[in-house]
Design a protein around this ligand. Structure first.
Ligand SMILES: Cc1cc2nc3c(=O)[nH]c(=O)nc-3n(C[C@H](O)[C@H](O)[C@H](O)COP(=O)(O)OP(=O)(O)OC[C@H]3O[C@@H](n4cnc5c(N)ncnc54)[C@H](O)[C@@H]3O)c2cc1C
Length: 244
């Protein structure tokens, strides 16, 4: 079985995002990057397929050299191969097209993505990939078992769960219940340092560009009013906020 996990690099969840002076791009100076959390869950499931069913596990990223750190993290966890398509990711369509071009003649049985990246939150790369590769796609998957050429998958639906069967090859996007992220051990970390990453200089035309970013309006400071003084609250709402 051949498994491909698509991995993206996202700012650490505690990062304060700033924009360039013209607000046309994000200022990544000093930003710490991590492996997108949903991709960690996808990777954990792929590791289970490797350990229990002997799957060969490849990870792929569309990104520049600063993505190598997340590919090495996947090596440390147990990925067999790492591929980086050496270009700036500029749109979900571009990312999906580049991965689809790579995967088209590689005979992957399962392609895993996270349900979304935690920065741009498009939730589109997996679905686009499935369409481009003419494969079935199961999104928001919380469980997956594979037997022969058939997968049994569970996904959350409003107020319950849905269980589906699908033939391989297929594209699956992971929610956090799909797999418990692995912590690399020292041996894995050492081996990951020297493992070669396959770097491919490919690109496709990008049809969408961000024109402008706007940060949300900062929240006003919280004012605490003692429960014994409700007249103060009325006073603020009436005279200061002019709500009535
Ligand atoms: C410097 C820079 C500039 C950017 N400029 C723009 C811009 O102008 N306009 C814009 O729309 N976006 C921009 N992006 C974001 C980029 O477009 C997204 O990474 C890409 O669109 C993927 O979409 P998404 O993040 O919404 O992924 P989603 O569709 O939410 O991701 C779902 C899953 O797809 C996989 N995936 C996502 N991205 C990658 C990747 N790069 N490599 C491998 N797998 C991946 C992961 O498994 C992920 O969990 C920029 C990013 C960078 C770093």
């Amino acid at each position: 079985m051949k498994v491909l996990v698509c991995i993206s690099k996202t700012p650490d969840t505690t990062t304060k995002i700033a924009f360039s002076s013209d607000h046309a791009s994000v200022n990544y100076d000093g930003v710490k990057f991590i492996l997108n959390p949903y991709d960690e869950h996808a990777l954990a499931k792929a590791m289970e397929l490797k350990e229990k069913q002997g799957a060969e596990l490849t990870v792929i990223n569309v990104g520049t050299a600063d993505s190598d750190q997340i590919i090495r993290k996947c090596f440390a966890v147990g990925a067999d191969k790492g591929v980086r398509i050496n270009t700036e990711p500029m749109s979900g369509t571009q990312v999906a097209r580049l991965i689809a071009n790579y995967a088209a003649n590689q005979s992957f049985d399962v392609i895993l993505t996270g349900r979304e990246s935690i920065d741009y939150n498009g939730g589109m790369v997996g679905e686009l990939l499935a369409e481009m590769l003419d494969m079935p796609s199961i999104g928001y998957c919380s469980k997956m078992e594979i037997e022969g050429n058939k997968a049994t998958l569970t996904r959350f639906i409003d107020g319950g769960e849905e269980t589906l069967e699908a033939l391989l090859p297929l594209v699956v996007s992971a929610v956090k219940e799909l797999g418990e992220p692995r912590i690399p051990n020292m041996r894995g970390i050492m081996q990951a340092r020297t493992k070669p990453i396959e770097v491919l200089d490919e690109n496709v035309e990008v049809h969408t560009v961000t024109k402008q970013y706007e940060a949300p309006v900062p929240k006003a400071a919280c004012v605490y009013i003692d429960a014994s003084e409700p007249e103060k609250l009325i006073e603020i709402l009436h005279n200061e906020k002019k709500l009535f």
